[in-house]
Design a protein around this ligand. Structure first.
Ligand SMILES: Cc1cc2nc3c(=O)[nH]c(=O)nc-3n(C[C@H](O)[C@H](O)[C@H](O)COP(=O)(O)OP(=O)(O)OC[C@H]3O[C@@H](n4cnc5c(N)ncnc54)[C@H](O)[C@@H]3O)c2cc1C
Length: 336
């Protein structure tokens, strides 16, 4: 019977853990915690009787893409579904200037969250806030201010799913949205597939495009080596082959090929670029600066997006460069 020991030896210690936090959320005894940048059971208590829940909650121990996509989309993927199953692809940007002050690219993710909250389709969202020195910090956002405070990309792992327990049990939220990378999205869909008891509260999933994530300690050391203190940074972005660190009126641009040693090990075993099981996927590639590429995947995602567009949350136009999104997706599938 696989239990925590097997989760540790087969997933965490093998470098496959995506640090999504699902095992922590699933532990019925609250023994698993986030310690030193990883999920850990600090001590084996007598009550931890190899219940298997944490092992089976992990999407790395089993992810049945065909069955899960059948549940989400009503059909399995075909050979030609090269960016995953979707209904529509479009370029969009948030209309609200307040969002643009904080957002990474177009503010579309924040605009969707604000629409969901303001229309009471959700009562909270699990997002990634900015902790001290840019350490990604998962949080439950229940107000416009909290959602705005979490806008912007923080490179590094963020165990967002561990906040499902906080949101549903401690904060008593019944309807939540989760924003995350392709690995978070898989983790959510796996929890829904195995009928995790708190999963029914997850109503909406927004996925972000991702080539690879970075390991915070190595990334911050690499940035420090180039003379920038994490505390001074205003924004970190990636474009045109460079990792840009913006501080006040200066910008340090590091060639991406010099950042490969910062990559998280688990990303080497990931074949999903565009969060293929999300309701809506969003990324900057495929559109001009200030816009985002938006993939409307589920019927729910398409409906919500057309409603929020009609209500003036976003403006839209045709996508500029769909080929790049397809190429990136295919390339990442091949790296597996
Ligand atoms: C690690 C990482 C790698 C990415 N790689 C690519 C890429 O290769 N190509 C591409 O086109 N786009 C990539 N993106 C997505 C891109 O950076 C923007 O998030 C996306 O374009 C949405 O922009 P926005 O202005 O709509 O987001 P905003 O409105 O600014 O909202 C950003 C949202 O991202 C969430 N977030 C921030 N950091 C994290 C994190 N570490 N983990 C999970 N969620 C987080 C926040 O909770 C917030 O809700 C990546 C994002 C991350 C976090």
């Amino acid at each position: 019977m696989p239990a925590y020991e097997e989760l540790e030896s087969e997933v965490i210690e093998k470098g496959l853990c995506t640090y999504c936090g699902a095992c922590i959320a699933s532990c019925p005894l609250f023994y698993l915690r986030w310690i030193d940048g990883r999920p850990k059971r600090p001590e084996k208590k007598a009550a931890c009787v190899d219940c298997e829940v944490c092992y089976h909650a992990c999407h790395r121990t089993a992810f049945d893409v065909g069955t899960i996509e059948g549940e989400i989309f009503g059909r399995r993927r075909r050979e030609d579904d090269d960016i995953g199953i979707y209904r529509h692809v479009i370029a969009a940007k948030a209309k609200d200037e307040k969002i643009h002050e904080k957002a990474q690219d177009s503010g579309v993710v924040t605009a969707i969250l604000l629409y969901l909250l303001e229309e009471e389709l959700i009562d909270g969202a699990i997002v990634t806030g900015r902790g001290e020195e840019w350490l990604p910090s998962p949080m439950v956002a229940k107000s416009r201010e909290e959602i705005l405070s979490a806008a912007g990309t923080k490179y590094g792992i963020s165990p967002n799913l561990m906040k499902v327990r906080t949101a549903v049990i401690e904060e008593e939220l019944d309807n939540i949205c989760i924003v995350g990378l392709p690995c978070h999205v898989r983790a959510v869909r796996h929890l829904q597939h195995i009928n995790f008891e708190l999963a029914p509260a997850i109503r909406f999933v927004i996925g972000l495009f991702c080539h690879k994530n970075f390991e915070y300690a190595r990334m911050s050391a690499g940035i420090a080596k180039r003379g920038v203190k994490m505390g001074e940074i205003e924004k970190i972005s990636i474009s045109k082959g460079f990792f840009h660190v913006h501080t006040g009126d200066t910008k340090v641009s590091i060639p991406l090929k010099e950042t490969t040693e910062w990559h998280s090990k688990h990303c080497l075993a990931c074949d999903d670029y565009s969060a293929e099981q999300a309701d809506i996927s969003v990324g900057s590639e495929g559109t001009k600066e200030g816009w985002s590429s938006v993939i409307l995947r589920t019927e729910k995602g398409e409906k919500v997006f057309s409603e929020l567009e009609a209500k003036g949350y976003v403006r839209t136009k045709e996508i500029d460069d769909f080929v790049t999104i397809k190429r990136n997706s295919m390339r990442k599938r091949r790296t597996r």
